[in-house]
Ligand binder design. Structure first.
Ligand code: PLP
Length: 426
């Protein structure tokens, strides 16, 4: 495949503009940043026509592959017909997608609110829980990332993502992290901390518990087995709702299941989503039960762009592609294969402290001392730069920024996985 000839500004020209005109909070991974100008399924291309295997997927977002023809077609068709209307009017693209989305969720989870992003979805979920329960206290996990506005930044518990703003009513529970947590893989022991938080930090009632099924920004941390079922029961006994943040784990990313919460055998009261829902088109959603959604009945709540027909037309096309191309099954098969190969590397290299995750949401934690789990932060950056120069893009994360995050498009093949292994430790 040869990408179309690019004649736009060079990397240096883009970098100069970016430094001058974009907020300093928008940083880039690499010392020598890449200027991406074209995408095709699991590949992206720079201004020189160099091809990169995209193992990050635009931060776990591009599930169907870059510029998937069916998604492009849906966007073009809808753009030609009606670009925007707002939810104040009827439009089938919005209603059709809401119906299709509801059909992917279990039980009574069928009322959809569209947002523009994951942050907005979580802000709304927390607000709804507070309105529904009449309580203010929220419990989230240490190391969690839920977004970057007032409520979601409060629910986030990673210090470089917080701005020392007032923490309104959010309590952070011990992270059930099997690699670094003090109770190892004993989910029920970590759950006791939630009980204690409720007992000692609240009046005994809470509005909600919010968590990811696998923490993404935290460095692909799988919650210890048994944790979520135990906590859901504690929270419900305290009158609270359980919110599943599926922004990264939804839309087949975990391979074994369509939603991350299904991995843990729980059914949440509110589910939030973004990223994979739009394959890169800005879209998010909150899905809940009719009973909980009722809290918004006599309140005017909507936003201008949430549920934009172009975005929802893309969403519908994406659901069809996931099904037609069996992307969930592929994520399961290729992800299991890649994890097995990564574990084989770990057996050979002392610098790999941990390999974890499921489906095509995998993490490799790099350390300089395996016994002490000393984070290898500088080495992680160095390795990423080298991989980029060899034509492979990958993410990083974790509290110590020493975890390689592997979240490619779900069409990633076994050959891609093999190539990835060759490049990670060459
Ligand atoms: N929740 C999780 C689990 C995320 O990973 C993110 C973003 O990375 C968000 C929420 C926020 O989503 P957005 O960046 O679309 O606002």
């Amino acid at each position: 495949y040869v990408p179309p000839l690019y004649t736009g500004p060079t990397a240096n020209e883009v970098l100069k503009k970016r430094k001058e005109f974009l907020s300093p909070s928008t940083y880039y991974f690499y010392e020598k940043p890449v200027n991406l100008v074209h995408g095709k399924m699991q590949y992206v291309f720079d201004d020189d026509g160099h091809r990169y295997l995209d193992a990050f997927g635009g931060i776990a977002t591009v599930g169907c592959g870059h510029c998937h023809p069916d998604v492009v077609k849906a966007v073009i068709n809808q753009t030609k017909n009606l670009q925007h209307s707002t939810v104040l009017y009827l439009n089938h693209a919005i209603a059709d997608f809401a119906e299709a989305l509801a059909s992917k969720l279990p039980g009574d989870l069928k009322v959809v609110f569209f947002t523009n992003s994951g942050t907005e979805a979580n802000e709304l979920a927390v607000t709804m829980a507070r309105l529904y329960t009449g309580c203010h206290d929220i419990i989230s996990l240490r190391n969690a990332y839920h977004g970057n506005e007032a409520g979601t930044m409060a629910a986030t518990a990673l210090c470089n993502w917080k701005f020392n703003l007032v923490q309104s009513g959010v309590h952070h529970a011990m992270n059930p992290d099997p690699y670094r947590g003090i109770f190892g893989s004993d989910g029920e022991m970590y759950a006791k901390d939630v009980q204690d938080l409720i007992q000692f930090g609240t009046c005994g009632h809470v509005a909600a518990f919010i968590s990811e099924a696998i923490q993404g920004v935290a460095g692909i941390v799988e919650l210890a087995p048994g944790y979520l079922p135990a906590v859901y029961s504690i929270i419900r006994n305290a009158g609270g709702l359980c919110i599943a943040d599926e922004v990264q784990t939804g839309f087949a990313r975990t391979g074994s299941h369509f939603w991350g919460f299904e991995v843990h055998g729980v059914v949440p009261d509110i589910v939030t989503m973004a990223k994979g829902i739009g394959n890169g088109i800005p879209l998010g959603a909150v899905v809940t039960t009719p009973e909980i959604a009722e809290v918004l009945t006599h309140r005017t709540y909507f936003n201008t762009f949430g549920g934009n027909p172009v975005c929802t037309a893309a969403g519908l096309a994406i659901l069809r592609v996931i099904e037609k191309e069996k992307l969930q099954e592929n994520a399961h098969v290729v992800g299991s294969y890649l994890k097995q190969r990564l574990n084989a590397l770990k057996a050979k290299h002392e610098t790999i402290g941990d390999v974890r995750g499921r489906g095509l949401m995998l993490g490799v934690e790099l350390v300089t001392d395996r016994r002490r789990k000393t984070p290898a932060k500088v080495e992680t950056l160095h390795l990423m730069e080298q991989m980029k120069d060899m034509g492979l893009l990958i993410g990083k994360g974790g509290y110590y920024e020493n975890v390689l995050r592997i979240t490619p498009p779900l069409c990633f093949s076994k050959e891609d996985a093999g190539r990835f292994i060759q490049h990670i430790y060459h």
